[in-house]
Design a protein around this ligand. Sequence first.
Ligand code: P1T
Length: 386
Amino acid sequence: MSTPSSSIDTLAIHAGQEPDPSHLAVMQPIVLSSTFAQREPGSPLKFEYSRSGNPTREALESCLAALEGGRFGFAFASGSAATLSLLHTLRPGDHVVSGDDVYGGTFRLFDKVLKPMNVSTTFVDMRDPSRVEAALTSETRLIWLETPTNPMLKVFDIGKMSALAKSRRIPLVVDNTFASPVLQRPLQLGADVVMHSTTKYINGHSDVVGGALITSDEGLAERIAFLQNAIGAVPSPMDCYLVLRGIKTLPVRMRRHVESARELAGRLAAHPGVAAVHYPGLKSHPDHALAQRQMSGPGGMISVDLAGTLEQARRFLASLRVFTLAESLGGVESLAEHPALMTHASIPAESRQALGISDGLVRLSVGLEDVDDLWRDLQAGFAAMS
Ligand code: P1T
């Protein structure tokens, strides 16, 4: 039975989650069984083995599909597992065009895992579609992008990229981790597959590592289902349950993340200790107009270029007490990190420099704490720099 609403607030709580038929339990049972009895050889009831399918995972997959407005959802053991499983649709000799600013671990997959398998990638600043067009070759089989990007918070036009992908009959994959389906629905804008690190906003409580792929394309879904089962990088039922529970508050959390990040970005932009604030919600952001069209809110991530040296950035980060110095993002708690030394260390120094990932760049994941506490924390950071 499908949820009788298209509102994301209702879908987040109910989609994929009918009361359990055996006890009418309202909350999704955690079915830990790795295997399911068969009445006759080769004729399982619905599930046969939990790598291939599991009731708790199925509930999560249906919920994720509903949130993204897609027909088919697939859950994985991490965002990176979701990415690599999808990239296994490629063959030696194939070529990928990717956005130039992606999570360091995604870059590493393209550079250190795919390249040795003779799948090449060209990284392009997709703010200029003509560069993407110029990068496409007769071997290009996939366009990949994140928007907003990690960590520079650039915004790429999903509709324009989709038109280019469709003209070549190749899939467009959008990593929607930074926006979440509450703020951006790539499938509606023409993407063929949405990818998530559910570790981030979707789960929202920094206690699960997970990933997901969502599509409405039957052919791609069939291929992904095959790869999900064949590769086996699936999440545990316990993790599926936790992500389902986290999703129930996703819309509420996202509104608060946006509200606080907007406030902090405005205050940061006016601070003399800051060389640049990268936040799509600021009018000064080069992609502000596109973000307003494409997203229903600019998100909870801010990157700040501190007007200072690496040593000063270290002092800024060391003095924070409400923000925790840690990788990851999207949890209820605020996190701060140094992309050049942490999340994007696997990107060569020259490429980092070209992207603007400087030694003074600090990335903030704005959590749900009191915004004035967060601001006082940042002010203490600025004081520690001098
Ligand atoms: O960490 P994992 O669940 O495997 O997801 C990888 C990933 C994919 N895409 C984006 C946009 C991401 O941000 C990530 C993970 N990012 C971090 C850990 C980080 O701190 O940026």
